[in-house]
Design a protein around this ligand. Sequence first.
Ligand SMILES: O=C(O)c1ccccc1NCC(=O)[C@H](O)[C@H](O)COP(=O)(O)O
Length: 221
Amino acid sequence: MTDVHQLRRMSCFPVELAGLWYGVPGGRWDLPLERLAQLAGAAREMAVEPVLVTLLDDPGRLRAAVAASGVRWVQLHGYPAPAGVRRIRAALPDVTLVKVIHVRAGRAVEEPFADAYRRAGADLFLFDSVGDDGRVGSTGTPLDPGAAARVLDRAELPFLLAGGLSADGADRYDGLLRHSGFRGLDVDSALRGGDGSLRLSRVDALWTAWRERHESVRCAS
Ligand SMILES: O=C(O)c1ccccc1NCC(=O)[C@H](O)[C@H](O)COP(=O)(O)O
C-alpha cells in the first residue's frame, strides 16, 4: 500500500493486514520512513494492522523503523539465517515476526531450517513464490502447496499463503486450508488492474472464492 486512499478502499473488506514496504531497495512500493509512519498510523485508524514488509536484516535499522512507525508486525522478506532472525527477535521482542519461506521450482529454499526459524523466534511463516529469475515479492507466480506442506511437517507454526493467489484455483490448496495453522492470504498481483491500481471487484471475487472454499473444506473435515 502506498496511499491512504488505497487503505480506505481495502478497509471496506475484511482485510486485517496491510503491507507497507520499507527497506526494499529499488522496490516499486518502497516508502521513506516518514511516509511509512504516516501510513501505519492511518491504517491503525481504519482498524487495519500495518505490516512492515522488508528485506532489511539489520536489527538496529529494524528497531528504528518500528519505533518511528509503531508497527506491531514485521515481515522479513529476505534470506536472513536463523541466527539473524534470533538477533532481530532480540531487538524486537514485542512484534509479531513473520518469516517468509521462499518457494522456487517446487521446493522451499528454507525447508531445512524451518524449525530453526521457529526456535529463533519467528511467530508465523509466510509461504511465497520466487520468480523464475529469482525475483522475490509480488511475482504472481503460483505457490506450490506441496512445498509449503513439507515445511509444516518439519515445523509447527501458524502461516499465511502468498504467491500468485487469485479468485481461481483455491481448491489446489485444500490441504493447507484444512491445516490448523492456516491464518490467511497475502495477495498483490491478482488484485491489480493493468495500470497497477487495486480493483475492488477483484478483492470481492477473491474474498468470496476463498471464504467459500475454506468453509467447505473445514466443514467437510
Ligand atoms: O511486492 C514487492 O515488490 C515486494 C518486494 C520485496 C519484498 C516483498 C514484496 N512483496 C511482498 C508481498 O508480500 C506480496 O504481497 C506477495 O509476494 C504476494 O504477491 P503476488 O504473488 O503478486 O500475489
